[in-house]
Design a protein around this ligand. Structure first.
Ligand code: UFG
Length: 325
């Protein structure tokens, strides 16, 4: 019988790349996704079930029929800015429904859980490289929801023997162009896709704040290629299946880039001028988020291989062009 994993949000950006990674390793991913971005998902290497991940009856059918070795939980509200304006849907989707998913898993003796956590749990950090044990004081509701689930997981591990790995993604970017997997968010709020729109569609790009305490006044982030992130999920499952304890890992490149760095590189790679304007800071944005990835390298045996920023931007540009063909 073909091995399976259940991937919530598996038709989304990170979920679809992760699903494809598992299919390349001989698994058949079962995807639960409501297609909120109106994206098309038509891939023979996965089974798509278009339902909410908190539908207990659907989960029960999946657990009984496919017997997944793990649940990889990527489905979530993700836009940091929206989380400040509309926190309810973040607490509902990212917290309440996730707890319901965990409860249904446990009722069916599915005990391996890989969680899409986030660098946003750390908050406003002054360090140039954040280790996992750094204090966690999220500055936006999005980060708070991710931290809450990390806390729930610790308690569920102790009380119910749930095994988990939390992958704290930094800024995931790039695409796997040759396999028709792309970054598609509606509305798009992420910096690199917006810069590509600025380059090719002459849409003005706004820098959200230019007086942060960073080298050029703009926020700094750590960009990690989505295929490296997909690989991290694979390493997480191996790690769990070898009987290792539940744990938390930063998943980033370990290298910081400012919004201005990104503008310059994207403009060079696209060979386009852009209309750039300075805007107010976006509420909830920390100045600096850069990963220390030593723990993932030592324990998870994961290292980023495709996360050179030039390569990431090139793959995102190619992805944009391919979608326009
Ligand atoms: N930015 C702009 N202009 C824009 C869009 C973004 O200047 O039009 C800036 C933001 O202010 C921020 C940086 O670009 O400083 C990155 O913003 P994104 O919206 O692309 O990403 P975030 O860092 O806010 O959040 C992303 C993911 C989260 C994840 C986080 C971890 O969306 O899910 O990275 O670092 F938690």
């Amino acid at each position: 019988m073909t091995k399976t994993v259940l991937i919530t949000g598996g038709a989304g950006y990170i979920g679809s790349h992760t699903a494809f990674y598992f299919s390349q390793k001989g698994y058949h991913p079962i995807i639960l996704d409501t297609l909120i971005h109106n994206q098309s998902f038509d891939h023979a290497w996965a089974t798509l079930l278009q339902y909410d991940f908190a539908e207990r009856a659907v989960l029960q059918d999946i657990f009984e029929q496919y017997k997944p070795e793990a649940v990889i939980h990527c489905a979530a509200e993700i836009a940091v800015g929206k989380s400040v304006q509309q926190p309810f849907c973040f607490y509902e989707n990212n917290v309440s429904k996730t707890i319901s998913l965990l409860d249904t898993m446990l009722q069916h003796n599915v005990t391996n859980f890989i969680f899409s956590s986030s660098a946003a749990i750390y908050g406003d950090v002054q360090l140039g490289s954040i280790p996992e044990e750094h204090s966690k004081e999220p500055v936006n509701p999005y980060g708070k929801t991710k931290l809450m689930i990390e806390m729930v997981l610790q308690d569920f591990q102790k009380a119910y023997n749930l095994n988990f790995i939390c992958l704290r993604y930094f800024n995931v970017a790039g695409s796997l162009v040759d396999h028709n997997l792309h970054e598609q968010h509606k509305p798009e709020t992420h910096v690199l896709p917006l810069l590509i729109h600025a380059a090719f569609e002459q849409k003005p790009f706004s820098i959200f704040g230019n007086d942060y305490d960073t080298k050029d006044g703009t926020c700094m982030r750590d960009f990690v290629h989505v295929w490296d992130v997909a690989h991290a999920h694979w390493c997480a499952l191996q790690h769990m299946q070898q009987g290792n304890p539940s744990d938390y890992f930063n998943i980033g490149s370990g290298v910081g880039a400012s919004v201005r760095n990104l503008i310059e590189l994207t403009s060079n790679i696209a060979k386009k001028e852009m209309i750039i304007q300075n805007s107010q800071k976006r509420a909830g944005d920390p100045a600096l988020l850069i990963a220390n990835v030593a723990k993932a390298a030592n324990i998870l045996k994961w290292k980023p291989q495709y996360s050179d920023l030039h390569f990431i931007i090139q793959s995102a540009v190619q992805s944009f062009k391919k979608q326009k063909e």
